[in-house]
Design a protein around this ligand. Structure first.
Ligand SMILES: Nc1ncnc2c1ncn2[C@@H]1O[C@H](COP(=O)(O)OP(=O)(O)OP(=O)(O)O)[C@@H](O)[C@H]1O
Ligand SMILES: [Mg+2]
Length: 290
């Protein structure tokens, strides 16, 4: 639990009328237009859409981390706090304490020159400045155990290159967990992984959500990925939401043509939502490095 008082009513995150634009030499372009969605406390939302549809910009806007030239308008309420006009110093606290982000490529987020334990300890101590080194180390080992890294007490002293891609993604999740976030935003967390490892990471995210009560936003271009993990889905195309509903509704009775096309791209959908169970039995693609 973080130090801030919590308002317990209403959704954890409520985004409404979010518009994101970039100023370029050619003028202003909107990359997200009038987007609204909610994430209930303890709930999981999937944001799905093809490349360039605005998924990452949406999550970066929530984090207050839009790239230079990007501007967000509209309302982003997190636990009753309006984030869009929060001073940067307080926004940094929200990022450090309450919202954690996991990216597609764990290698770009892990420093190759430091032991993974050192990096987890550092992340933990930046959020708990008073914590001793020995406590931070214990937390790091526990976090690695939590994400099922075997022999964590030894592995904590290894370097990123000594782990597989799937394990590195687990380490990123472990790092996020040490701050006990209320909301985890995972942006294409499994895209770089083969299908079997993908399913393991998704299982892990579902397990963490169950055990910690954290809410989750899972961003992906692949509808199969969200089927087992999320309660609700927003389908985005060219910066607008073309469909919203429960995961079950969207899979069983898609309303938008675009959603239907995305569903057609999903290999072998079972009647019940068992996509990943089906795809995990596929052979691993030869040449996949993980
Ligand atoms: N710095 C920038 N300046 C101008 N436009 C940008 C900038 N960064 C991103 N965009 C544009 O914003 C749009 C949305 O990009 P975004 O990264 O959110 O897509 P995405 O849905 O996450 O795609 P992907 O699945 O490939 O990650 C794209 O058209 C992109 O070209
Ligand atoms: Mg993206």
């Amino acid at each position: 639990m973080s130090a801030q008082a919590r308002t317990s009513a209403g959704p954890l995150l409520s985004v409404s009328g979010l518009t994101i634009s970039f100023r370029t030499s050619a003028g202003r372009t909107d990359v997200v237009d009038d987007l609204s969605f909610e994430v209930p406390r303890g709930g999981a939302l999937g944001i799905v859409g093809e490349s360039g549809s605005g998924k990452s910009m949406t999550s970066l806007a929530v984090m207050g981390l839009l790239p230079k030239g990007g501007e967000a308008a509209g309302s982003i309420r997190f636990d009753g706090i309006e984030l869009s006009d929060l001073p940067e110093k307080r926004m940094r606290q929200v990022r450090g304490d309450r919202i954690a982000m996991i990216f597609q490529d764990p290698l770009s987020s892990l420093n190759p020159y430091y032991r993974v334990g050192t990096q987890i300890m550092e992340a933990y101590r930046s959020h708990r400045p008073g914590a001793s080194r020995s406590l931070a180390r214990r937390v790091a080992i526990e976090a690695l155990e939590r994400v099922h890294i075997r022999d964590a007490a030894t592995r904590v002293d290894h370097y990123p290159h000594q782990f597989s891609g799937g394990m590195r993604q687990r380490i990123m999740i472990a790092m996020a967990l040490t701050m006990e976030p209320d909301l985890i935003i995972a942006d294409e967390p499994t895209t770089a992984l083969d299908v079997t490892v993908q399913a393991q990471i998704l299982d892990l995210l579902a397990e963490i959500r169950r055990d910690t009560g954290a809410s989750l936003i899972l961003i992906t271009h692949d509808l199969a990925v969200v089927s087992e993990v999320t309660d609700d889905i927003v389908v985005m195309r060219d910066g607008v939401s073309v469909e919203k509903g429960t995961t079950e509704q969207v899979f069983s009775d898609p309303q938008a043509d675009y959603t239907r096309r995305l569903l057609d791209a999903v290999p072998r959908i079972d009647d019940e939502i068992g996509v990943l169970r089906t795809t995990t039995s596929l052979p691993t693609i030869p040449g996949a490095t993980r």
